[in-house]
Design a protein around this ligand. Structure first.
Ligand code: SF4
Ligand code: SF4
Length: 353
């Protein structure tokens, strides 16, 4: 790709000797001439930082919003889900490693207008920036999100939470909901050894900022057997969520499946996930789910007060919906933390790329 076709990156500064510092994520990479940052998709060309992945999409699918997972935001909606290559983390278990760890710039060239047009044409209710870490394609995400909002679509992102406060500030007015993914309950050694991340602490700051901006938040925690399944760490994470984000924050305990460089590890035993969910509920979280175990009873939403079954799911599908129009429990009248409205008639499953 010639320099003329590249889009200048946002959030960087010159430092000495033609080097630049990227301030898009907390890694704040210092990048020498012709070098790229850890994510592999932001390059220093003649002392300026460029994004290599503007509009270079590796996927564009109409997904159920429940797949993100977002269970409490516009349930039943269809979302156009897009990705590029690259990631600022190096998770050894990444199930999307083919794109996240890809260091060749590939993808179909598109524009933000075209993406929004696809979403409208295929009847999606919103756009989701996902699969690889969307922070690394920030410029395209921001431009697309702005246009999407003008057309009445919502925006969501699935993120590892490493975006800097300055970049989040500009994005926040256009971002309606986020899924923030923890792995191994945020254990520092796990992040260092299995994800190539020196310090997960900034993720907590990101979450506090997101809440302050009024973005709807759901949290996942991938429990990795043997190396990332400490119940003590999980309890700590849950306590932090309750204290800082509130006990109504939906929390998904996710099952690990062997992938990428961790194919020798077993899937997480369901009993471990159930223990984790029990701790989260005991500590006081109101909406706790078990993910990646289709058919489990903790795929459903129950009323935190009277325990009535409110939403029955199988995988990403809603099989039964018992809430009132005002999102209250029909039995005891409790208000349930669901934002947006229930969407019906989602029947399009499409892969556009
Ligand atoms: S976005 Fe990429 S280049 Fe920028 S700081 Fe993060 S890893 Fe480094
Ligand atoms: S942060 Fe997500 S996309 Fe990136 S390597 Fe880890 S699991 Fe994969």
């Amino acid at each position: 790709m010639g320099i003329k076709e590249l889009i200048e990156a946002k959030y960087w500064e010159s430092i000495d000797n033609g080097k630049v510092r990227c301030n898009l994520c907390y890694r704040r990479c210092i990048i020498g001439k012709d070098g790229t940052g850890v994510c592999g998709v932001r390059k220093n060309v003649n002392g300026k930082l460029y994004t290599l992945v503007y509009g270079k999409l590796t996927s564009a699918n109409i997904d159920p919003i429940e797949k993100k997972p977002l269970f409490h935001f516009n349930p039943g909606a269809g979302v156009l889900s897009i990705s590029t290559v690259g990631c600022n983390f190096k998770c050894r278990f990444c199930c999307n490693w083919v794109i996240s760890q890809m260091r060749n710039i590939v993808g179909r060239s598109t524009t933000p207008d075209e993406v929004v047009d696809w979403a409208i044409r295929y009847g999606a209710n919103g756009i989701s920036y996902t699969y690889n870490e969307p922070t690394v394609f920030y410029e395209f995400m921001l431009d697309t999100a702005k246009i999407a909002k003008k057309h009445g679509l919502f925006n969501t992102m699935v993120t590892n939470g490493y975006i800097t406060p300055e970049a989040l500030k500009e994005l926040a007015p256009y971002m309606d909901a986020v899924t923030v993914d923890f792995k191994g309950s945020g254990n520092i050694d796990f992040y260092r050894k299995f994800m190539g991340v020196p310090d997960p602490t900034p993720i907590y700051q990101t979450l506090i900022e997101m809440k302050r901006y009024g973005i709807f938040i759901e949290i996942t925690d991938l429990i990795v057997p043997e190396v990332g399944d400490s119940m003590e760490d999980l309890r700590k994470l849950v306590k932090w969520i309750i204290e800082n984000l509130g006990d109504e924050t939906p929390f998904h305990v996710l099952r690990f499946h062997p992938d990428y460089q961790m194919i020798d590890y077993p899937p997480t035993p369901v009993s471990t996930l159930e223990r984790a969910a029990k701790i989260a509920l005991e500590e006081g979280l109101k909406y706790v789910y078990i993910g990646n175990v289709p058919g489990h009873r903790l795929e459903h939403t129950y009323c935190p007060e009277c325990k009535a079954l409110l939403v029955r799911r199988f995988g990403f599908e809603i099989l039964e919906w018992n809430l009132t129009e005002n999102m209250t429990c029909p039995k005891c009248g409790s208000k349930i933390n669901i934002k947006g409205r229930r969407h019906y008639g989602r029947n399009i499953w499409a892969s556009l790329i």
